[in-house]
Design a protein around this ligand. Structure first.
Ligand SMILES: Nc1ncnc2c1ncn2[C@@H]1O[C@H](COP(=O)(O)OP(=O)(O)OP(=O)(O)O)[C@@H](O)[C@H]1O
Length: 592
């Protein structure tokens, strides 16, 4: 249980937290100043009470001195209240700002991580990091750090005042302070791995719930509700077990017991010194009063360690993501231009997780040309398309857009000129207007409706009662596969891209819709460099160039007529598929 939790080192986590805290140093200073004053007054009260006792018991009592002392005690109580109010306020603001800034940093970094990163992560786990883990930074500061500071300030000031009464009386409080430090350290070591495990388990639980809910249709179709419920329950039970372990660790915190022993020792020691005449009654009262101030720090340290360890565990999970080495990052001063559309693949190689997918792929397309990429399922067609807008980065060779390596372009400039319609279409839970205008800076109705017309989507959209204001997705109507593809095509066309990548854009449509989409694609691709990935030979045929991918390599390339004339594999695919216009390539028709 004492193994270091996975992720960045404790020093790195501490540096990150301190850097964030230091941005709000005015609040740090306000807290430290006011908390120190508050603690000084806490220990001053028993000190003044002892002095008042001595004054009352001394012969020839001076009533005015007693009055001054009573007023001083009252003033100390009131001022202490005000100081701790200001200190708590400053720490609360600091805690809220830390949480806000950390979440903003984390979410900003998440948005800029590339797709390889996001494909490796579980959405629910990232959500847990963004919400639950970051939220723990708040209690870590307030009350966590505030308690820690108050505990140590109170202990040091009490020791100082006890030393002023009589240095010999420091025996019991020093013994207790040593025991408190050892006990707190042991508790922290026990608690730390449990807190880290609980954060991890919370991430897992979130991930399982998100995945179960997003796959709810599959669960229902296959009647797996019971199994799914058991799976989530298992994760929830692991969370519960860890929480019980946390409680057990807290119960094993021994300093409160030790304090009782030390108070008894202090009483005996003080009584002995008083009976020897070395200590006045007032000093004895002050001493015991100061000893009881240790009760506060003992409890404060337990709760402080708990929330600080939880906050640290949360911060470590946040930092694990922030520190992950970034690939495919943007160039600070990359090339910016309006893309014309010349596309060159030059000896491009790429692998997924060490498995080679593309090997020395070369082809080119002049601005406005259409290149069809064909090959059997899993040949690497979608991967090839994703290299163009740097969803992935090439590992060998290079891809040039208008003569400039895509890695030398500023990402935003590159991506605003390239639009993609992916196989798996993602639509927002928003209006059709917002979905189509997603890539536009200003979502004016005119270009949005023009794009929808081009994509043959205007007709069915205006058929809805709310037209372009129809909300789709989780909160609204469900679209058919063909309608989704046309909305995605409209979204791609709305930004007027110079390069259009259509990855199986007609896979989910019937033949009547396909005819409409083909028309849309012909219209949409006019004047744009188009990379067409499809199994439909009727579309392949009209391409200016066809690249035949086999096992990640270019087997041949040319026009439809050229390939039909010289390439056996292409001819075989074409001959077997053409009579039915069936997606034969998907079944691995090019295996020779
Ligand atoms: N993110 C990924 N991680 C690991 N392997 C991947 C990843 N994406 C794709 N692959 C693998 O890379 C290979 C090529 O996939 P790709 O999707 O590019 O093929 P494709 O030719 O487009 O197939 P299809 O015609 O079925 O869409 C496949 O074997 C696939 O399993």
């Amino acid at each position: 249980m004492t193994a270091a939790p996975p992720g960045p080192s404790t020093a790195r986590v501490a540096r990150w937290i301190i850097a964030h805290v230091w941005r709000n140093r005015a609040y740090v200073l306000a807290f430290v100043g006011m908390a120190t004053l508050g603690n000084l007054l806490v220990v001053a009260i028993p000190w003044l009470t002892g002095a008042a006792f001595d004054e009352v018991l001394s012969a020839g009592t001076d009533r005015s001195r007693i009055g001054v002392l009573v007023l001083a005690i009252l003033g100390a109580v009131l001022l202490r209240g005000a100081a701790s109010l200001v200190a708590s306020g400053a720490m609360e603001v600091l805690a809220q700002r830390l949480e806000r800034d950390a979440r903003a940093e984390f979410y900003g970094v998440l948005l800029h991580k590339n797709l390889v990163f996001h494909q490796r992560q579980r959405v629910g786990d990232l959500m847990a990091r963004t919400t639950d883990d970051v939220r723990l930074l708040d209690p870590m500061m307030s009350p966590g750090m505030a308690h820690l500071f108050n505990a140590f300030a109170c202990i040091l000031l009490s020791l100082f005042f006890i030393g002023r009464i009589e240095p010999e009386l420091l025996v019991a409080p020093l013994l207790f302070t040593g025991g408190l430090l050892v006990g707190t350290r042991l508790h922290a070591r026990r608690f730390n791995p449990i807190a880290s495990a609980l954060r991890r388990q919370n991430g897992l639980l979130n991930a399982e719930v998100v995945e179960a809910l997003s796959g709810i249709e599959l669960t229902k179709w296959s009647g797996q509700e019971e199994q799914e419920a058991r799976r989530i329950q298992l994760q929830a039970e692991r969370c519960r077990d860890l929480m019980i372990s946390q409680g057990a660790a807290q119960a094993r915190y021994l300093p409160p017991l030790f304090l009782g022993l030390c108070l008894t020792l202090a009483f005996l020691h003080g009584a002995l010194r008083a009976s020897q005449g070395a200590l006045s009654v007032g000093s004895f009262v002050a001493y015991m009063g100061l000893m009881t101030t240790f009760r506060g720090p003992t409890q404060l340290l337990l709760s402080a360690v708990t929330v600080i360890q939880e906050g640290f565990a949360g911060a470590r999970r946040v930092l694990t993501v922030l520190d992950e080495e970034a690939t495919g990052e943007d160039k600070a001063a990359g090339h910016r231009a309006r893309i014309r559309g010349e596309l060159v693949f030059d000896q491009v190689s790429f692998s997924h997780g060490g498995r080679p997918i593309l090997k020395n792929v070369s082809f080119r397309a002049a601005p406005g040309e259409t290149v069809a990429i064909v090959g059997q399922a899993g040949a690497g067609k979608s991967t090839l398309a994703r290299l163009i807008n740097r969803t992935y980065d090439v590992e060998g060779g290079r891809i040039l857009i208008d003569g400039c390596d895509v890695r030398d372009w500023a990402l935003d400039s590159l991506r605003t000129g390239i639009a993609v319609v992916e196989q798996e279409i993602l639509l927002l839970s928003d209006t059709l207007h917002a979905n189509i205008g997603f890539g536009l800076e200003q979502q004016d109705p005119h270009p949005i409706q023009e794009a929808a017309r081009l994509a043959q989507a205007h007709g069915f959209i205006t058929g809805f009662r709310e037209g372009y204001d129809t909300v789709i997705g989780e909160r609204g109507v469900t679209l058919s596969g063909g309608q989704r593809q046309r909305v995605a095509l409209a979204r791609a066309l709305a930004v007027d891209p110079a390069v259009l990548i259509l990855d199986d854009a007609t896979s989910a449509v019937d033949s009547a819709t396909e005819e409409q989409i083909q028309r849309a694609m012909r219209e949409g691709s006019r004047g744009r460099t188009t990379v067409l990935i499809t199994h439909r030979l009727s579309q392949i045929r009209r391409a200016d160039r066809i690249v035949l991918l086999m096992g990640g390599e270019v087997h041949d390339q040319g026009t439809h007529d050229e390939l039909l004339g010289r390439c056996d594999i292409y001819r075989r695919i074409f001959n077997t598929s053409a009579p039915r216009e069936a997606p034969a390539l998907a079944a691995g028709g090019g295996g020779a």
